[in-house]
Design a protein around this ligand. Sequence first.
Ligand code: NAD
Ligand code: IPM
Ligand code: MN
Length: 350
Amino acid sequence: MRIAVIAGDGIGKDVTAEAVKVLDAVAEASGRPIGFEHLPWGADHYLKTGETLPSGGYDRLRTFDAVFVGALGDPRVPDNRHARDILLGTRFELDLYVNYRPVRLLADRLCPLKDRGRKDVNFTVFRENTEGVYVGVGGRFKAGTPDEVAIQEEINTYKGVYRIIRHAFEHATARGLTKVCMADKSNAMQQGHALWQRVFREVAAEYPSISATHQYIDALAMFLVRDPGQYEVIVTNNLFGDIITDIGGALQGGLGMAASGNIHPGRTSLFEPVHGSAPPLAGKDVANPMGAILSAALMLDTLGRRDDAAAVEAAVEAAIAAGQTTTDIGGALGTRAVGDWIAERVRHQS
Ligand code: NAD
Ligand code: IPM
Ligand code: MN
């Protein structure tokens, strides 16, 4: 197994080191080696060389079994063009149309909601990952003047909407789940989101045993906080999926806990924590590495190493149960000590 590692910026570097440490422990415990190639792409590299990623960079990524990313984003690059090329560029160029973001609470005490616990926070968000407002179609006219016009188009294609909705239903079917909720803003966005409505009805008709419901995204954001237990699978567009998965992170105990996969089934896919580079925390040994470590588990699971993925998840749960965590979720350890504890646990429980 060969993994490309882009630690990136800020706490991306801190948490990636711990995810790699845990993957090394997995390789050792299972006797199946995992090879890493560390790619220096990120803000430092861009500021030094003027290059965001080298020519042929996307093709190079395609030669790996998977790509692991820490986070990208640095205040020294105000427009974050390197993040756009490295992260969004890879999502587009490798056509990673499924942004898979499971929202699972690992301990009742981490839930920020009153009288809610593990039974209430256990659902998956499928975020469309190759279209929407992220494509960057648009432009500015008379920029910097009082007459400035800024246009940012939202792209929705039948193919793009169909494949993510279809994937959500397939996931539900494969996991024995019975509920899929689609969220859009079709009451205000009468063109693009009418397409989402039509495709959702069309796909839902193919899965009569699944209860297919619709909520407007504003209402869904409210219900995520009031009654998250009603959801099993949520499918939505690129921007709304970005926003609600930060809420999902909070429901799991904080952004430091949330994992994700950027997936094209059967092809090289990219795994990363949901959080960003959190510049104020960078390099201080305080960032929670669990979101990154759980993203590594998602990567193992997606690559067919289900037992190894389960071992990593069990080790993270054990760390939480033993209070061996960073301060954001109530512990007293640093980033590296949490990584050490989880890696050690993986070695001994396997
Ligand atoms: P952020 O996710 O970096 O941080 C938001 C808040 O969450 C911060 O208060 C931070 O303290 C907390 N937090 C995040 N991760 C944590 C962790 N592992 N442990 C403990 N606390 C954690 O979001 P932001 O501040 O809006 O963005 C910072 C930069 O990261 C920006 O440049 C943004 O564009 C970028 N970003 C990148 C990604 C990515 O690479 N996938 C994702 C989100 C944001
Ligand atoms: C995420 C991030 C990215 C996104 C940013 C860094 C462009 O917030 O992966 O959730 O909006 O997709
Ligand atoms: Mn985000």
